[in-house]
Write a protein that binds this ligand. Structure first.
Ligand SMILES: *[C@@H]1O[C@H](CO)[C@@H](O)[C@H](O)[C@H]1NC(C)=O
Ligand SMILES: *[C@@H]1O[C@H](CO)[C@@H](O)[C@H](O)[C@H]1NC(C)=O
Ligand SMILES: *[C@@H]1O[C@H](CO)[C@@H](O)[C@H](O)[C@H]1NC(C)=O
Ligand SMILES: *[C@@H]1O[C@H](CO)[C@@H](O)[C@H](O)[C@H]1NC(C)=O
Ligand SMILES: *[C@@H]1O[C@H](CO)[C@@H](O)[C@H](O)[C@H]1NC(C)=O
Ligand SMILES: *[C@@H]1O[C@H](CO)[C@@H](O)[C@H](O)[C@H]1NC(C)=O
Ligand SMILES: *[C@@H]1O[C@H](CO)[C@@H](O)[C@H](O)[C@H]1NC(C)=O
Ligand SMILES: *[C@@H]1O[C@H](CO)[C@@H](O)[C@H](O)[C@H]1NC(C)=O
Length: 332
């Protein structure tokens, strides 16, 4: 029996003859396709020490009852996969690109390797992807304008190399971009500043070089900016905090940044963590840091900041300001 979606598809196929072939092609994807895609995925496993999936993903039971698989009740298609932390080792097969109703794909904390297949770009409904803590190789592949609904991309500690593709900035709904601890290099693309809904940008532990593009400080939704442990250079823009009302976490620990710490820092009024250590910042510590009433961690050490007395003065100012009990770490 044909459901309403299929009927509409059928009618539009009938009307638009030139698209007939492609409509037909999308029409043949159904729960059976989903099943064969997951069976191919399962067949790639080399290790599944706990044997959970090997036993549970049995062709005798409907796939919607398989562990880690969630189907949408409306379409009766696979909507979510969560095989996080299941000791899986193997490749991601291109067949996963046939799971056309997939909204969430969580495969973190396994031993998956190889390249991510470009067919995953067919998954237009995806909102959440996590491949964090696996052992992939090669570049960040396909996450370009092809994923219009993606909100969270977690690729932490995945062994990716190469640079950030500028096309990533076309994922206009992106809120979380986590690329921490890969081997990424090159400049951070200016276009990242086009991600107007970005809340969390984590680039820590890579080999990025060049300056932090000013455009990033224009993304007013940002809450977390993590740039630590890279090779970034240049200075921070003087007006850095003019447009970051929600920023709670800013860390540039261990880079080669220089110049003054911007005095507009006091306008990032929600800051709780502020880490500047192990750079070449110089000049005075701006007293506006004393305006940051939410601050619990402040790191300034291992820079060329001017005048130890000044620092003690500002420490005095800060501790007086926070005498209501908040703890400020201040390492020199
Ligand atoms: C899925 O589509 C194939 C090919 O069109 C068909 O043979 C199969 O019966 C369909 N399965 C379901 C569950 O609708
Ligand atoms: C697979 O796991 C699910 C969820 O734990 C369970 O309901 C189902 O009975 C299991 N199926 C098999 C074949 O073990
Ligand atoms: C996946 O499952 C794990 C363990 O049950 C859970 O902690 C995690 O929140 C789930 N992730 C998603 C995206 O549903
Ligand atoms: C699913 O994807 C694979 C590889 O991308 C392809 O060969 C296959 O024909 C696709 N379609 C179905 C219905 O399985
Ligand atoms: C990355 O993950 C591996 C395990 O997958 C772990 O051994 C390693 O310590 C992690 N590295 C970092 C920097 O977190
Ligand atoms: C973003 O997408 C548009 C079309 O949708 C394309 O013209 C442009 O080249 C893309 N930008 C990047 C940086 O890939
Ligand atoms: C930041 O936004 C303002 C106002 O939209 C714009 O004029 C300025 O060019 C932007 N700066 C950067 C570096 O993108
Ligand atoms: C910020 O601190 C300065 C003194 O350093 C003070 O004059 C100013 O009023 C403070 N602004 C706010 C918004 O607290």
């Amino acid at each position: 029996m044909m459901d309403r979606t299929n009927l509409l598809l059928f009618i539009s196929c009938f009307m638009i003859h030139s698209l007939f072939i492609s409509c037909l092609a999308s029409n043949i994807l159904n729960i059976t396709t989903d099943q064969s895609a997951l069976i191919v995925f399962k067949s790639q496993f080399e290790h599944d020490h706990s044997n959970v999936l090997a036993r549970n993903w049995s062709s005798d039971t409907p796939i919607c009852n398989w562990i880690g698989v969630t189907c949408s009740s409306r379409h009766q298609r696979v909507a979510a996969i969560n095989v996080s932390n299941m000791d899986l080792s193997g490749l991601i097969p291109p067949e996963l690109g046939n799971l056309s109703f997939l909204v969430s794909l969580e495969m973190s904390r396994n031993k998956l390797y190889g390249n991510l297949p470009k067919e995953l770009a067919k998954l237009k409904r995806l909102k959440f992807i996590s491949f964090s803590f696996n052992r992939f190789s090669g570049k960040i592949p396909f996450f370009s304008e092809a994923m219009p609904n993606l909100q969270q991309l977690h690729l932490r500690n995945c062994s990716f190399t190469g640079s950030i593709p500028p096309s990533l900035s076309n994922i206009s709904k992106l809120e979380f971009l986590g690329l921490t601890y890969n081997a990424l290099e090159g400049m951070i693309p200016v276009q990242i500043g086009n991600l107007g809904r970005l809340k969390i940008l984590s680039l820590e532990g890579n080999k990025f070089s060049g300056t932090i593009p000013d455009s990033i400080f224009n993304v007013s939704t940002l809450e977390v900016l993590e740039f630590s442990y890279n090779s970034l250079s240049g200075n921070l823009p003087a007006n850095m905090c003019r447009n970051l009302p929600s920023l709670t976490y800013f860390s540039v620990y261990s880079n080669q940044l220089w110049g003054q710490i911007p005095s507009t820092i006091g306008e990032c009024s929600q800051l709780q963590t502020l880490e500047f250590q192990f750079n070449q910042f110089n000049g005075p510590v701006p007293k506006q840091i004393g305006n940051l009433s939410m601050l619990v961690l402040l790191g300034l050490g291992r820079n060329n900041l001017k005048g130890i007395l000044l620092i003690f003065f500002s420490l005095f100012y800060i501790t007086r300001k926070f005498s209501h009990g908040l703890h400020v770490f201040y390492y020199i």
